[in-house]
Design a protein around this ligand. Sequence first.
Ligand SMILES: [Zn+2]
Ligand SMILES: [Zn+2]
Length: 172
Amino acid sequence: MKVRFGEIPEEGLRLEIHDESWFPDHELQRTGPVRSVIVMKRNGVDRVLLQGEIKTAVTFDCDRCLENYTVELDNSFKLDLEYADSSELESGEHEISPTEMDMIYLKEPVINIFDILNQQVYLMVPEKHLCSEACKGLCSQCGANLNEVTCDCRQELKSSPFAVLKKREQGS
Ligand SMILES: [Zn+2]
Ligand SMILES: [Zn+2]
C-alpha cells in the first residue's frame, strides 16, 4: 500500500488498515487480528508527519520457564518523513543527528505504509521474552517449573557433601 505525498490533502489523511498482509506472520505468532491506523499530514512540500498505531496480540515462549504466554501489543509511533533528492543525501547535507531519530529520508515522495508498519511492529516486540518479570524459571537440576511447584533441589545442595568439602578446604 503506497501513498504519494501529493495524495495527502491539506487537512491530512487518516487510514484504517484492515489488510494484514504486511504482518510478519512467519516470525511473530499472532493470536488475533491486527488493527492499525495511520494518520498523515503534510508539512511543507517535502515533508509528511506520520502517526501510527498498531494493536494486536502475539504469543511467545518464555526465555526462563519455556511456557507459552501472550502479549498485547498496543503502541503508537511518530515519524517525520522527508523526501530528499539522492544528490542531497550523498553530499552529506542530510546526515541524521541523534535528535532526529525518527526522521526518515525517502528517495521518492511516496510512503510505503506496509513497510513502515512491518518495521514498527518489530520495534514493539520486547527483546527479552518473559512471561512475567518475576518468573522463577525452571530448576536447573530437576527441570521443574518453579512457578508451579517447589522442588527440594536447593535444600539438597546446601547439605551436599561438596558443600562440606569446600568448608574443609577453606579451613586448612
Ligand atoms: Zn516464564
Ligand atoms: Zn529441582
